[in-house]
Design a protein around this ligand. Structure first.
Ligand SMILES: Nc1ncnc2c1ncn2[C@@H]1O[C@H](COP(=O)(O)OP(=O)(O)O)[C@@H](O)[C@H]1O
Ligand SMILES: [Mg+2]
Length: 485
């Protein structure tokens, strides 16, 4: 008998994925960060020892001990365990912003650290993140103290199928149509990691199209909290005011910080759909068309490698600036990246990194494959940028290791599931390498048979050819039920 997609999904995810469980109650990230203060997971926030010392923490060894071996329901912010002084929020009633700031540190990325600091300061001053009305998850525009939007925060607990997702359409979907619920090929409720991982892939391949995205902790009363969390926060605050002696014993005052992805906001961009229509009616001049083609190919490379299942034309943005006199930069003039008139931003990367190729009910096609740009063979520029890296096994291995450091920070991380995710990704990389070598176009790329490149040969069921002693390649023969190819 065939297993139901839901069972299969759970089995592949290690059987430990219970929908609706609240991640924020037991965050693993800070514990890992403290356990290994020098080696941070790429794309994640790390609380640094120096920061802790600045806060006046007495002895590091004592703290480590508490964090590593302390009670399981220890609070998000360890310093509170020790009853050390914290800054009190100036605004915002129920929130404790110092909690999230203690969990965020990006010592190797001052620019990003500065953005997060500004976001935390804004929240302290009462400039709260604002929910984005469109989209299926709880996503928030985060502002700086001057009320300028600087980032997009997507809390893990408000992802499309999480219990605190604020969008009622998803709730109806979950209740009325449970069989079609979620994407059967994705690890549920790890969208925030997928967002950060897409940014990591973008950086490693020097694509420059994903706005920098990291895993961050934030707390704001505008986030969707359960009634219980809000009541607890109010109760504790009340107790602290009325009976300070008792109140100080609480592990945490205020609402709990939420873990999620934080993506830097890009200014002046519009949804791709908008510009694509315009370009149809009013074709781009040759020079700009070439730039756009190059940016488009980078989007294809990213999506194909991470096997994005949600790349509609609403999930990528284009910035296009016409020259003032109505003319483009002259043909002869060489335009570098910074002067570029046209730029693509790949946002909303939360539904990628599947643990198997889509093959059940829907194919999750790449919507860009219907565009005329997809019929053009990959340019030499793209081939030169991508091929040297992806055809190098050491580079691919290094990429997998960086992704491991990021993915393992999730509380429900499962090694076998992660291996499956990497087998899909390595298969995609193999196809892409071949397509670039053969001078194929994006359309031809998506028509190639799906491949898995696995570590162990034991489980492979398809046609197998050995790549080397440690990898096997499996052609994925089952066709999707609904597909355009
Ligand atoms: N990094 C960003 N820079 C600028 N605008 C963004 C960015 N991320 C999202 N947006 C805007 O917010 C909207 C919703 O974001 P999206 O990531 O698609 O969220 P959802 O997961 O809810 O669909 C997008 O359509 C876009 O207009
Ligand atoms: Mg979207």
């Amino acid at each position: 008998m065939e297993e139901s997609p839901e069972l299969e999904r759970r089995a592949a995810a290690g059987g430990a994925l219970l929908d609706g469980e609240d991640e924020e109650r037991e965050p693993l990230l800070p514990r890992i960060a403290w356990a290994q203060p020098r080696r941070s997971a790429p794309g994640t926030a790390v609380r640094m020892v120096e920061a802790a010392q600045k806060e006046g923490l007495a002895s590091l060894s004592a703290i480590d001990e508490k964090l590593l071996f302390g009670p399981k329901d220890s609070p998000c912010c360890p310093s509170l365990d020790l009853g050390l002084p914290r800054s009190s929020p100036t605004h915002g009633g129920d929130c404790d912003h110092s909690l999230s700031s203690e969990l965020n540190s990006f010592v190797d990325d001052p620019g990003f650290a500065d953005a997060i600091l500004k976001a935390e300061q804004a929240i302290e001053f009462g400039v709260f993140p604002e929910r984005i009305p469109q989209g299926s998850s709880g996503s928030y525009f985060v502002k700086d103290p001057k009320r300028r939007i600087i980032g997009v925060f997507k809390p893990k607990s408000e992802e499309p199928y999480s219990q605190l997702n604020p969008k009622w359409t998803k709730y109806i979907h979950k209740v009325c149509c449970p069989c079609c619920f979620g994407r059967g090929c994705l690890v549920p409720n790890q969208g925030y990691l997928s967002e950060a991982a897409a940014s990591l892939v973008d950086e490693k391949l020097h694509l420059g199209i994903v706005p920098k995205t990291r895993v961050v902790w934030l707390v704001s009363e505008t986030f969707n909290y359960s009634t219980i969390d809000r009541a607890k926060a109010r109760g504790k605050k009340y107790a602290l005011e009325k009976v300070p002696k008792v109140g100080r014993k609480f592990h945490r005052i205020g609402l709990p910080p939420k873990i999620g992805s934080f993506q830097l906001f890009v200014d002046g961009y519009k949804e791709a759909e908008f510009w694509l229509r315009k370009f149809e009616a009013d074709p781009l001049p040759e020079n700009t068309r070439k730039q756009f083609q190059s940016q488009f190919e980078r989007l294809v490379v990213l999506d194909y490698i991470i096997r994005n299942t949600d790349r509609g034309n609403d999930n990528w943005l284009i910035k296009y600036e016409k020259q003032k006199d109505g003319k483009e930069i002259k043909e002869a003039k060489c335009v570098d990246e910074k002067e570029s008139l046209i730029k693509v931003a790949a946002i909303d990367n939360g539904l990628a990194f599947p643990f198997k190729h889509p093959d059940e009910w829907r194919a999750y096609p790449f919507h860009w494959a219907w565009l005329p740009q997809a019929k053009v063979p990959f340019s030499e520029e793209t081939r030169n940028l991508i091929l040297p890296n992806i055809s190098d096994m050491n580079f691919v291995q290094d990429l997998c290791e960086d992704l491991y450091e990021l993915f393992k920070t999730d509380k429900r991380f499962n090694q076998a599931t992660f291996e499956s995710q990497m087998s899909v990704m390595r298969g995609q990389i193999l196809n892409l390498t071949q397509a670039l070598r053969d001078g194929k176009s994006p359309v031809q790329l998506v028509q190639m048979p799906c491949v898995l490149v696995e570590h162990s040969p034991g489980r492979a069921k398809g046609r197998i050819s050995h790549l080397n002693s440690s990898f096997t390649q499996t052609f994925h023969c089952r066709k999707p039920f609904f597909t355009s190819w």
